[in-house]
Design a protein around this ligand. Structure first.
Ligand code: PXL
Length: 279
């Protein structure tokens, strides 16, 4: 049977993030992708000032009921940007619409570079923590990991030991696999730490000296697609990093609000076909 994934995150109509990244990327990986929008925004909140925001929390129970009547189940769940009051309705969907052996992939989208995104209040990380408990794969960046653990984010001059302590604390929350992004021990490299609770492996790429919006969503979407195609967590994490780098490099500087991931979909498809993660 073909595998089916449900992704729960916002529709930012303009801006190349969330659903407008996940749907094309995971579909390109050959995986049926179902969406449950957490909110509809005119644009994302990272640099646009005039965005509209419609919170769709009140639609969720009815959507779950409709899927129950239709007998719909999912082999994987990928949650991203969600609203503060959605944790319970989402946990209900995860509990009731899971096919046997279904996996939960949680990207605790809420912060970057030491700060919560606009619109999230200081108590949001504790709410998001409830969604993270029980995740098979958790994909925080360094800021999100710190907030989930109730710590001040430390964005530089941290040791390998500090990183691995945070990872152990995330596992202690009830997370099976941790994929911690944005880890860097040298000025020229940026990478990811992948832990299954027994050992931590690192993958590094050359650091690209430029900040880009939406890269976390491209990263998580490629990770989900590759994992569902049978890649190990480490190989999926490394492929996702390569695709994000390629997408950033394919994006002209004036295209500030997102990355041109469309241009690297052929490379993604080819890498999935060949099972190749060498650069
Ligand atoms: O890319 C993360 C993200 C998702 N959704 C919305 C956002 C952001 C980041 O700013 O604003 C609405």
């Amino acid at each position: 049977m073909e595998k089916r994934l449900l992704t729960i995150q916002d529709v930012s109509c303009f801006g190349q993030c969330s659903v407008t990244v996940a749907l094309p990327v995971i579909s390109a990986c050959g995986i049926e992708t179902v969406i449950l929008p957490s909110a509809v925004l005119s644009t994302h909140t990272g640099g646009f000032r005039n965005y509209t925001f419609r919170d769709l929390t009140s639609d969720m129970p009815g959507i779950e009921k409709s899927w129950e009547k239709e007998g719909l189940f999912f082999d994987a769940f990928y949650t991203g940007y969600v609203c503060a009051d959605q944790i319970d309705p989402i946990l209900s969907i995860l509990a009731h619409r899971a096919a046997p052996g279904a996996i939960r992939i949680v990207d605790p989208v809420m912060a970057d570079n030491g700060k919560l995104y606009p619109g999230f209040t200081a108590d949001f990380p504790q709410k998001m923590k409830r969604l993270c408990t029980g995740a098979d794969y958790l994909l925080p960046n360094l800021t999100e990991a710190a907030f989930l653990l109730g710590k001040e984010p430390k964005l530089e001059n941290y040791s390998r030991e500090e990183i691995e302590t945070m990872i152990a604390e995330l596992h202690a929350m009830g997370v099976k696999n941790v994929i911690l992004t944005g880890v860097s021990f040298t000025p020229s490299e940026l990478g990811v730490a992948v832990s299954d609770g027994r050992s931590v492996r690192y993958d590094f790429n050359a650091k690209i000296d430029r900040s880009s919006h939406g890269t976390g969503d491209v990263y998580a979407s490629v990770f989900c697609g590759a994992l569902m195609r049978g890649f190990s967590a480490f190989d999926a994490a490394a492929l996702a990093a390569d695709i994000v780098c390629a997408a950033i490099n394919a994006t002209p500087p004036e295209h500030w609000y997102g990355v041109c991931f469309e241009k690297v979909i052929p490379e993604l498809v080819e890498r999935l076909e060949t099972g190749c993660r060498t650069r």
